[in-house]
Design a protein around this ligand. Structure first.
Ligand code: FPP
Length: 257
């Protein structure tokens, strides 16, 4: 089935996931298979980023979250971390205007303390200039780890307790959720991981409690919008129960955000 038929099929199916999160894996292997440096795999991965943004907009997805760089990725060779930050700046420079025109609101979430000044400036620009875009919210997760997200949320909460704004007894799931980097965003309905690895790699650990998982074999640079539509089509057949039993109609109970 071609891309437009698949799109028509998922649109007809209704129940498009509101929030899709993606672990973009396999850039290194894609490059190694072609005897190219790993950084060429990351460069090729930018095309797939464009594909999923456009595909998400066509399908009517509201939030797209991409795992661009984990906190653990800082342990890779300096050459590779520099290349990844350089690619992010290049991406911002090349795509900022187009994203703004398409109404994509970009957010960059994570612990940016170790991110260089030039990159942080580029991030502020794209965040400011795309602010208010109402067609798609794009979260680029940068220097992000799921455990760190929970720890920093606890820190924020404890600070509020120390300042006398909240009491210890106020802590509950909703209060903690609102102090995560993803505060105010619904939890992902669907988490896609490319390159066939069955791991969540410290990504959005809190937020994916009831998320449907989809592992595809494709290496990230080859992931296309057709495949995104195929994964959405498969998602539409899932029976999401949120800890309840099939057919109960108050399925929002298990959701936190
Ligand atoms: C994982 O592949 C991918 C990354 C660590 C980075 C993802 C980055 C991009 C797609 C490039 C640009 C992105 C943006 C948002 C501008 P891997 O290196 O772990 O692959 P491997 O498992 O095959 O080694």
């Amino acid at each position: 089935m071609g891309s437009s038929e698949l799109l028509a099929k998922i649109k007809h199916g209704g129940n498009i996931p509101k929030h899709i999160a993606i672990i973009m894996d396999g850039n290194g292997r894609w490059a190694e298979n072609r005897k190219l440096p790993r950084t060429e795999g990351h460069r090729a991965g930018m095309k797939a980023v464009r594909e999923v943004i456009e595909g998400s907009m066509e399908a009517g997805v509201e939030v797209l979250t991409l795992f661009a760089f984990s906190k653990e990725n800082w342990k890779r060779p300096r050459l590779e971390t520099d290349a990844l930050m350089g690619l992010l700046r290049l991406y911002i420079r090349k795509e900022k205007r187009k994203l703004q025109e398409k109404g994509v609101e970009v957010h960059v979430l994570g612990d940016l303390t170790d991110v260089g000044k030039n990159t942080r400036e580029a991030i502020s620009e794209i965040v400011d200039e795309t602010s208010g875009g109402g067609n798609l919210r794009l979260n680029l997760m940068l220097s992000y780890s799921g455990r760190d997200d929970v720890v920093q949320a606890c820190r924020v909460f404890m600070e509020e307790v120390l300042q006398g704004e909240l009491e210890l007894a106020d802590l509950n799931e909703e209060v903690l959720s609102h102090r995560l980097f993803t505060s105010g965003i619904p939890d992902p309905d669907l988490l896609i991981r490319t390159s066939g690895e069955f791991r969540v790699s410290n990504f959005m650990l809190w937020q994916i409690a009831y998320t449907e998982l989809s592992i595809v074999d494709t290496l990230w640079p080859e992931f296309s919008r057709e495949q995104l539509f195929e994964v959405i089509s498969d998602y539409q057949l899932r029976d999401r129960r949120f800890g309840m039993i099939s057919g109960q109609d108050d399925l929002d109970i298990g959701r936190i955000n």
